[in-house]
Design a protein around this ligand. Structure first.
Ligand code: ZN
Ligand code: ZN
Length: 132
């Protein structure tokens, strides 16, 4: 690779959302990098779009976002069925109140404080005359 191509490749790499995106962008520019070495162990599996695993790999297309959103809903529903999950997450946190639907006193208090802080921020933003 000459210096110019290398510079372009670095720019693309900095903007890419992940290795796959990076390779796609590079191939669009006609830049072909060194062939990736075979990694030991299981090869990376491409689950296609509309799969939360593809989202976790960095894809933010509508299908992958939706899959990730539904997974979050399913996960919170599972967590709320299992009180020990809230214990593991730790009490006294607004996230435990929301994600695990824990309604113990420390979690309720933490969530109330969180909601109050959110409202205060919103009021402050409104008082300053505009969108936050
Ligand atoms: Zn996708
Ligand atoms: Zn709790």
């Amino acid at each position: 690779m000459n210096t110019e191509t290398r510079q372009a490749a670095l720019t693309v790499a900095a903007r890419a959302t992940g290795p796959d995106d990076c390779r796609t962008l590079l191939s669009m520019l006609g830049i072909v990098g060194p062939r990736p070495k075979r990694r030991p162990g299981r090869p990376p599996v491409d689950h296609g779009h509309g799969d939360y695993r593809t989202y976790l790999k960095g894809c933010r297309c509508d299908d992958c976002r939706e899959a990730q959103r539904l997974r979050g809903i399913a996960q919170r529903a599972r967590w709320s069925q299992d009180p020990s999950a809230a214990d593991r997450a730790g009490h006294g946190k607004p996230s435990t109140y929301k994600n695990y639907k824990c309604r113990c006193q420390p979690c309720s208090k933490a969530n109330s404080a969180d909601v109050a802080a959110f409202r205060a921020r919103r009021r402050a933003a409104a008082a300053l005359g505009g969108a936050a």
